[in-house]
Design a protein around this ligand. Structure first.
Ligand SMILES: C[S@@+](CC[C@H](N)C(=O)[O-])C[C@H]1O[C@@H](n2cnc3c(N)ncnc32)[C@H](O)[C@@H]1O
Length: 394
C-alpha cells in the first residue's frame, strides 16, 4: 500500500472556516507553524507535513475541516469525467473493505448537477476496485472511513480528501445544548476577533449551554481545541501513525497553563445552568469556570478590575418575550453596574442592538448559522456612566 506522505514531506492543505474568521484562522495557523499561509473566501491554504496535519486538526479553534488536495484534472464531458476517475489510483488512499462518501460542488456550465457528478465519480471508484480486486468499497453517508470532496469549476476538477471527518466544531465536550447554542468555531472566532487573551476576568451573563465560557477557558488555558474529540478521519488512513499523534498531542498539552482569572457564567434558566455545568464537566474545566443561576439585570460587577464580557443574548427570532425591553435592560445594567468592562454582544437583531443605548466602538459582520449578525464592541468606562442615572451601591 502506498502511503500518502512520509513524515517530514510537505504537502498543500486547505482549511474551511466561517465567513469573517479567515484572518483569525490564518493567524492560528502561523502560530502553530504552518508554511505559505494564504487566505481565501471562507478558506485558508497552507503547507505542512503529516505531523502538522495532526497538530492542526487537534489544535485549530476556527477550522471546520482540513482538506488535502490529491488530484487535479481537466475534463470536457461526462465520459472524460468517468475515465479520469477510473484512472485515479484510489487504492493508494483506501482499501476495498473500507467505506467512503463524496461531497461535490459544481460551478460553471460543463456540469450542473453535483449529485450526478458524485454518482459518476463514485461509479469510477467502485469500478476500478472491482476490476482489480473483485471487491468493492461501500458508500457510508454518515460515518465513512474516507470522505472525498470534489470541486468542479467548469472543466477543472479538484479532488481532496477530508483529513478531519466530522466538522471540527464537534469538539467532544458539548453533549447538551440549550435553545440556540452558538457554534464552537464561531465562539472561538469571536473571542479571538475581540482579542481575548485570558488576562482579565471573563463573564458571559446569558451563557446558555456555556459554549463561549468553555472556548474562553480553553483559549486562556491554551488547551488544544479538539482535546476531547474521539476520532479524526486520518486515523482510518493506511499511513496512520498513532505514536506520532500521541507525541504531538502531548507536546501541545504541555503548553497548557492554569488560567489565573475568574471565568463566570450567569443564566436565569435552571435548565441552561444544568446544561452548562454538564458541558463544563465534560470539558474537565470545573476548576476554572463558575456558573450561577442569576438574572443579569439583578447583578453587578464583583471587582473593580477590568472585566471582559461577551454574550450571545436572545435575538428575538423565537418566542423570547419583549426584545426591546431585554436590550434596554442589558444596556442599563452595563452602564450602571458594569463600569470598566469591555462588553461584546453578538446579535442578528440590529434594531434591538440600538436599544442598548450605547455607541459601538466596532461592529464585525459574522454569520450565526444562516443569520447575519454583528459582533458589537461596547467599552464601558466611567464616562459612560455620567450620561446615565447612577444606582447607588449598597
Ligand atoms: C441564545 S441563548 C445563549 C446560548 C449560548 N451562547 C450557548 O452557546 O448555548 C440566550 C440565553 O440567555 C438567557 N437569558 C435571557 N435573559 C436573561 C437574563 N436577564 N439573565 C440571565 N440570562 C438570561 C436565556 O435563558 C438563554 O439561555
Amino acid at each position: 500500500m502506498h502511503f500518502h506522505a512520509t513524515m517530514g514531506e510537505n504537502f498543500k492543505m486547505m482549511v474551511k472556516t466561517m465567513f469573517g474568521l479567515e484572518n483569525v484562522l490564518a493567524k492560528e495557523l502561523q502560530q502553530l507553524g504552518a508554511q505559505n499561509v494564504q487566505t481565501g473566501n471562507r478558506i485558508v491554504h497552507f503547507v505542512g507535513d503529516k505531523g502538522f496535519m495532526y497538530k492542526a486538526n487537534l489544535s485549530l479553534r476556527t477550522a471546520l475541516k482540513i482538506l488535502k488536495p490529491i488530484y487535479s484534472v481537466s475534463v470536457r464531458n461526462e465520459a472524460e469525467l468517468y475515465q479520469a476517475f477510473v484512472d485515479f489510483p484510489w487504492e493508494n488512499y483506501m482499501r476495498e473493505d473500507q467505506t467512503f462518501a463524496f461531497d461535490s460542488v459544481v460551478y460553471g456550465s460543463t456540469f450542473t448537477n453535483s449529485m450526478f457528478v458524485s454518482q459518476k465519480v463514485k461509479d469510477a471508484l467502485v469500478d476500478r476496485f472491482r476490476k482489480r480486486t473483485r471487491q468493492r468499497p461501500d458508500v457510508d453517508r454518515h460515518y465513512p472511513d474516507f470522505r472525498f470532496h470534489l470541486h468542479i469549476d467548469d472543466q477543472q476538477c479538484s479532488l481532496s480528501i477530508d483529513t478531519s471527518g466530522d466538522s471540527l466544531h464537534k469538539r467532544g465536550y458539548r453533549n447538551l445544548t440549550n435553545i440556540a447554542p452558538i457554534n464552537e468555531v464561531l465562539a472561538a472566532g469571536m473571542l479571538q476577533l475581540a482579542g481575548w487573551k485570558g488576562d482579565t476576568d471573563f463573564l458571559d451573563p446569558m451563557c446558555g449551554s456555556g459554549t463561549l465560557l468553555i472556548e474562553a477557558a480553553m483559549l486562556a488555558a491554551r488547551i488544544p481545541a479538539q482535546l476531547h474529540r474521539k476520532v479524526f478521519a486520518f486515523e482510518h488512513w493506511p499511513d496512520w501513525e498513532p505514536e506520532l499523534f500521541g507525541k504531538i498531542r502531548e507536546a501541545q498539552l504541555n503548553k497548557a497553563v492554569n488560567p489565573s482569572v475568574a471565568i463566570t457564567g450567569f443564566d436565569k434558566a435552571p435548565s441552561a445552568v444544568r446544561k452548562a455545568q454538564e458541558n463544563i464537566k465534560q470539558a474537565a474545566l470545573e476548576d476554572f469556570i463558575r456558573i450561577e443561576r442569576k438574572n443579569f439585570f439583578h447583578s453587578e460587577k464583583s471587582r473593580d478590575a477590568k472585566l471582559f464580557l461577551m454574550t450571545n443574548p436572545p435575538y428575538g427570532t423565537r418566542l423570547e418575550g419583549d426584545i426591546e425591553s431585554l436590550y434596554r435592560q442589558m444596556g442599563d445594567t452595563f452602564k450602571q453596574q458594569y463600569l470598566n468592562t469591555d462588553a461584546w454582544v453578538i446579535s442578528s437583531n440590529l434594531e434591538a442592538l440600538k436599544f442598548l443605548g450605547l455607541r459601538p466602538k466596532q461592529k464585525i459582520r459574522l454569520y450565526n448559522g444562516k443569520l447575519e449578525t454583528r459582533l458589537a464592541h461596547f467599552p464601558i468606562y466611567s464616562g459612560t456612566k455620567k450620561l446615565h442615572k447612577q444606582t447607588p451601591k449598597p
